[in-house]
Write a protein that binds this ligand. Structure first.
Ligand SMILES: [Zn+2]
Ligand SMILES: [Zn+2]
Length: 318
């Protein structure tokens, strides 16, 4: 089994662990409503897990930045591996081996990248894992308390009780770790940042337009779809993952004044945050730009797509 399936296998084991604890110790004492509640949370967790595993995180649109009329601002960063121009906040994932729009990170647990178009699914997976975990934990706590109370004053622990307490400890540890991880990601979303920007210290505070607008850039505008791992047409994240509304620098200390979408498209690339040398294009010491057509190379126009489009690869031109 390849390395890429290890994370999914671990995640599957964690799901089975939660289920086992529930069915072995809790379900027998629970009413119908409690059982329905747990299964609803668990179903949403499974749905989020599978949907985020197989969803598209967001790829750079074909020929983006390659059109003759495109602004030079689009051509600041070039991926030498994918041969695409990289919009703001787009990064190359070395595991998926492609560029991802607004890449947050590559998640080993689902073996998929978290990007602009599936971040909500990832967050919902964390959310429902957290709720399911705490639901089981809170249900086992009264049993654990009674075991400890009786054993401490009256008798010694039996083997079964020790196993139960150990499982409870593992569950508590998982819940604490999940809480920290989820709160970290919630903070990033509310200030319109990503894990990569946080780790690289390349966060641009001008992306933080307001808590609500930051939120709907991940979860979409339709509130009734916020807690469902499904987008539909109405629930897509606000924006396109390419151009980002920003706060005017003059208004950072006063009222929030978001640049218009049209102006932003032109200005966003001017505020490219710190990027590694591999990301930057063009550069004097990196050889010719893909736009500098060598002598003898032909410029061919594709009339079916756009008359201003230039085929840059001379091998493709007739
Ligand atoms: Zn790339
Ligand atoms: Zn990836």
């Amino acid at each position: 089994m390849g390395k890429k399936y290890v994370g999914k296998l671990f995640m599957g084991m964690a799901l089975i662990f939660i289920c086992t604890v529930y069915y072995a110790f809790i379900s027998i004492n629970h009413s119908g409503f409690s059982i329905f509640t747990f299964h609803t949370f668990f179903f949403m967790l499974l749905w989020s897990f599978f949907h985020s595993s197989f969803s598209e995180p967001g790829q750079v649109p074909p020929y983006w930045g390659f059109y003759m009329g495109d602004s030079e601002n689009k051509r600041k960063r070039y991926c030498l591996l994918c041969h695409v121009f990289k919009p703001d906040r787009c990064h190359h994932c070395s595991i998926c081996n492609r560029c991802i729009l607004n890449m947050d990170h590559h998640c080993p647990w689902i073996n998929n990248c978290i990007g602009f178009f599936n971040r909500k699914l990832f967050m919902l997976m964390l959310f429902y894992a957290l709720i399911s975990g705490y639901y089981v934990l809170c249900s086992t706590l009264p049993i654990a308390y009674s075991i400890c109370k009786n054993s401490f004053y009256i008798r010694k622990f039996t083997n079964n009780e020790i196993v139960f307490l150990c499982i409870n400890g593992i569950l508590l540890f998982i819940c604490i770790m999940l809480t920290k991880f989820t709160s970290f990601h919630v903070k990033l979303i509310l200030k319109n940042s990503t894990t990569i920007e946080s780790l690289e210290n390349s966060y641009n505070s001008r992306y933080c337009i307001s808590t609500y607008r930051n939120f709907i850039q991940v979860f979409g505008r339709q509130w009734y779809l916020w807690f469902i791992p499904y987008y539909g047409k109405a629930g897509m994240p606000a924006g396109d993952g390419i151009s980002w509304p920003m706060i005017n620098p003059e208004s950072l200390d006063s009222d929030v004044n978001v640049e218009s979408e049209t102006n932003q498209r032109e200005s966003s690339a001017k505020h490219v945050s710190a990027v590694s040398n591999n990301d930057v294009w063009p550069s004097e010491n990196r050889g010719p730009s893909p736009f500098s057509v060598a002598q003898g190379d032909k410029l061919s126009v594709d009339p079916e797509t756009d008359t201003s489009f230039i085929r840059l690869n001379p091998n493709l031109s007739n």
